[in-house]
Design a protein around this ligand. Structure first.
Ligand SMILES: [Zn+2]
Ligand SMILES: [Zn+2]
Length: 214
């Protein structure tokens, strides 16, 4: 087999913000290095209602540690967040933290495990932190972000922000659907007129009973 078969399909760009150089560790188990860096958020760091604005600064607190089979990366990312309140749809801007830890295996290490598919590898002495950071951020994103914990949301009838209009906000029943419901639930609906009329009652047996008997 020609040796080119080992060439990785994609080469990491050593200058990319999320590509880390581990040469300082000299592959010496036990050696470690701490680093802080600020990187621009890659695109598509988000879900439907919230996400990290592309290019916003993500602060990384990292510890790279050489172990026997590779480099263990432990870190905390402080991530700017933008989105919409799940209740009142107000824009939200805040930050959150995402922790992560991943082992990057040396490219020439044969891993005996069966988890080769999702195994992360160094390329030369470079680590691509982006997939790790992406997973950590997406996992840590709030699914229902709120502008504040007790956000009262919107009025179900007029859409007004209840935080603005106050707790006394309500609607007189003007909607015909509500009026109909109230009729059903409350006062008995008026009887149809025919039941109350006098002319149908007397008809029947009484008259017949007065038949003369011989
Ligand atoms: Zn809200
Ligand atoms: Zn309302």
């Amino acid at each position: 087999m020609p040796h080119e078969s080992r060439t990785p399909l994609t080469r990491l760009d050593p200058n990319a913000p999320l590509v880390l150089d581990t040469r300082a560790l000299s592959r010496q188990p036990g050696s470690s290095r701490e680093m802080r860096l600020s990187v621009p958020a890659p695109e598509d760091f988000g879900v439907e209602m919230v996400g990290v604005p592309e290019g916003a600064a993500i602060e990384l607190d990292l510890r790279l540690e050489a172990v026997l089979e590779g480099v263990l990366v432990t870190g905390t990312a402080t991530v700017p967040l933008e989105g919409e309140c799940a209740r009142c749809l107000d824009p939200i801007a805040s930050t959150f933290e995402a922790d992560f830890q991943e082992l990057f295996v040396y490219p020439d290490t044969r891993s005996g495990g069966n988890a080769e598919d999702d195994e992360l590898r160094l390329e030369d002495d470079l680590i691509d932190l982006e997939p790790v950071l992406r997973d950590a951020v997406l996992l840590a994103l709030p699914l229902s972000p709120l502008c504040r914990d007790d956000c009262p949301g919107l009025c179900a009838e007029c859409g007004a922000r209840l935080a603005d209009v106050g707790p006394d906000h309500h609607h007189d029943v003007a909607d015909p659907r509500w009026a109909a419901l109230q009729d059903l639930a409350g006062e008995p609906s008026p009887e149809p007129p025919e039941g109350g009329r006098g002319d149908s009652g007397p008809r029947g047996s009484v008259d017949q009973q007065g038949k003369q008997e011989g």
